[in-house]
Design a protein around this ligand. Structure first.
Ligand code: GSH
Length: 197
């Protein structure tokens, strides 16, 4: 979602190639030849170079646009939160959501893991919530690439079995991000991209 949302908000064109991770296509020879890391998302730029990691893709897309923080300090702060997302949120929300929402038939056999991931996610989410009690967006200057990086998994926290009522400032921020220019929901982004693929 993160690259999709950034490209949509920036009005950048892209061609989507669907990789079905549930079928293991990300580990197939064809995809590994493009991205040896064997995960999605992956961006192939117009000159044929490849960029992996959602937040690196976001950084590349944001360069030279209103999404890139304006000062050195703000750029460092954006990166701080983007690393926080990768270390304290994504590793816990993503698997809890996977076994709760994407493959719910496997939920029962992962109950202990899911509970541990949810506990860890709550710790990170509480820190983000405290930050968003003081700021409308992640950075003082306003909406930026950092908001997109955190929004991806945080806005679907309920699909990981977490309760949005525990983090009211995050709930308010989700609403504010949803009001930004050319915002598109995950469902709508997916529908549009699949129609164009
Ligand atoms: N830290 C990476 C995570 C990439 C990742 O794990 N992607 C998942 C789907 S969202 C994936 O491709 N999983 C399949 C696999 O690990 O085989 C990012 O933010 O881009």
């Amino acid at each position: 979602m993160k690259p999709w949302l950034a490209m949509n908000q920036l009005g950048k064109d892209f061609n989507l190639k669907v990789v079905d991770v549930l079928k293991g296509e990300q580990k197939g020879e064809q995809y590994l030849a493009v991205n040896p890391m064997g995960v999605v998302p992956f961006l192939v730029t117009s000159d044929g170079d490849g960029i992996g990691e959602s937040n690196a893709i976001l950084w590349y897309l944001a360069e030279g646009t209103y999404l890139m923080p304006k000062t050195e300090k703000a750029r460092a702060e954006a990166l701080q939160w983007m690393f926080f997302e990768q270390s304290k949120l994504e590793p816990f929300i993503a698997p809890a959501r996977f076994f709760t929402h994407i493959v719910p038939q496997e939920r029962e056999s992962h109950l202990d893991d899911i509970a541990a991931w949810q506990t860890a996610a709550r710790t990170g989410l509480a820190k983000l919530d405290a930050h968003l009690a003081k700021r409308q967006f992640i950075l003082e200057q306003g909406y930026s690439v950092a908001d997109i990086a955190l929004f991806g998994y945080v806005h679907v926290l309920q699909e990981a079995g977490l309760d949005i009522a525990e983090t009211p400032n995050i709930a308010r921020w989700i609403e504010d991000v949803s009001q930004t220019e050319n915002f598109c929901s995950l469902d709508e982004l997916g529908n549009r991209a699949l129609r164009a693929a």
